[in-house]
Design a protein around this ligand. Structure first.
Ligand SMILES: NC(=O)C1=CN([C@@H]2O[C@H](COP(=O)(O)OP(=O)(O)OC[C@H]3O[C@@H](n4cnc5c(N)ncnc54)[C@H](O)[C@@H]3O)[C@@H](O)[C@H]2O)C=CC1
Ligand SMILES: CC(=O)C(=O)O
Ligand SMILES: [Mg+2]
Length: 370
């Protein structure tokens, strides 16, 4: 198969869909890989490195889209990208369609087959193509919170871990999945006082064991969220209902009862965010303030550390990408985990929670492919 990788064009997005190491695997499996010139610049991978890995370098994204049977990316396609997709072409990347009707309609109009990294499942459960970026984003969330807490950034002027004799920051993590656990790990490491809220009691049990008493866990109810958020210096939004728009757990009205200069990091912003006042920001201008509360809502946090992130992402996507390159759409029909990743197929939405969030018709894959 001809597999194409355009350069990422979202603001300050430096990751790349295939690393040179991943290209070698595709080439070894008999595939042709077409890379847009400078696609790897953000991770310091030159065109020559890609050539040595067996890729062909093309001069523009247009050439890559026109010549490839499958496009492998990182971020959801931007308008200038989705207009270049076509029927029978496979798109393999993050999509986050639930809060993004324009992109959903663009992909449907293109007729392409779009597989979303974030809904592909794994044999051991979970979301193996989301997990590595959630690990990165969870860890970065605490760094972002630390920066936003500084006085000159509008924050309370608090050091996360405090110092001996001075209390540390109170960090509340809503959603104790991959992002939440990694944020908690960083926060605990810095010496913060950490509480994790989740709706899943089995997950709270796991976290309790994992952190051996160094975090408080709390079942997530309206009352618990209110109590914790009002007492927090930092709130990390890390909930997920796969495919769906994030539930809004903190309303605008609640902000007035929060501490002035406290910080919200809404990692779940890529699914629309779990704070009513969240709106997506970029690494170029990551924060804004509402009612004295600093909001950090960058939708591509791992793009800031592309060396770590591209490697971690490629490790996870490689077996699925190779299956798609080897078998084409048959891989989706055969493999229940790739099938769970299918969001758009020839103009139809094939993922229920996405269709419901967008208020558009849902076509189960058996019907869509019939
Ligand atoms: N902004 C960014 O750059 C990035 C954003 N993300 C996003 O972060 C979010 C979290 O991802 P993961 O941790 O991988 O998901 P996950 O599935 O591992 O964890 C989500 C957790 O939320 C919990 N949850 C669901 N509803 C809840 C509620 N009402 N109250 C409390 N907990 C609730 C679930 O029980 C689960 O434990 C997703 O939206 C993901 O796309 C991930 C990576 C990068
Ligand atoms: C998951 C996601 O949205 C990202 O890595 O940018
Ligand atoms: Mg995102």
């Amino acid at each position: 198969m001809k597999v194409g990788v355009p350069k990422e064009i979202k603001t300050h997005e430096y990751r790349v869909g295939l690393t040179p190491g991943a290209v070698r695997e595709y080439v070894a499996a008999g595939h042709s890989v077409l890379i847009e010139t400078a696609a790897g610049a953000g991770i310091g991978a030159t065109d020559d490195q890609y050539r040595r890995a067996g890729a062909t370098i093309l001069g523009s994204a247009h050439d890559v889209f026109a010549s490839s049977e499958m496009i492998v990316k990182v971020k959801e396609p931007q308008p200038s990208e989705w207009t270049q997709l076509r029927e029978n072409q496979i798109l393999f990347t993050y999509l986050h369609l639930a809060p993004d009707p324009e992109q959903a309609k663009g992909l449907m109009k293109s007729g392409c087959t779009a597989i979303a990294y974030e809904t592909v499942t794994g044999p051991a459960g979970g979301l193996p193509l989301l997990a590595p970026m959630s690990e990165v984003a969870g860890r970065l969330a605490i760094e972002a919170a630390g920066a936003a807490l500084r006085r000159y950034s509008g924050g309370r002027g608090l050091l996360i871990g405090g110092v001996p004799g001075v209390q540390p920051a109170r960090i509340v993590v809503i959603g104790g999945g991959v992002v939440g656990a990694h944020a908690a790990r960083m926060a605990v490491g810095l010496g913060a006082e950490v509480t994790i809220l989740d709706r899943s009691i089995p997950r709270l049990r796991e976290l309790d064991e994992l952190f051996e008493g160094r975090v408080r866990t709390r079942f997530s109810t309206i009352e618990a969220v209110e109590e914790e958020v009002f007492a927090a210096d930092v709130v990390i939004g890390a909930v997920l209902v796969p495919g769906a728009s994030a539930p809004k757990l903190v309303s605008r009205g609640m902000l007035s009862s929060m501490r002035k200069g406290s910080v919200i990091v809404d990692v779940a912003i890529d699914q629309g965010g779990c704070f009513e006042t969240s709106r997506a920001t970029t690494h170029a201008d990551p924060t804004y303030e509402v009612d004295g509360v600093i909001h950090y809502c960058v939708a591509n946090m791992p793009g800031a550390v592309p060396l770590t992130s591209s490697q971690a992402l490629n490790n996870a996507t490689l077996p699925f990408g190779l299956a798609l390159a080897n078998k084409g759409f048959a891989a989706v029909l055969e493999n229940p985990h790739l099938r769970a990743g299918l969001n758009v197929y020839r103009g139809r939405l094939t993922y229920k929670a996405v269709a419901e969030s967008l208020g558009l018709p849902f076509s189960p894959i058996d019907q869509a492919a019939a």
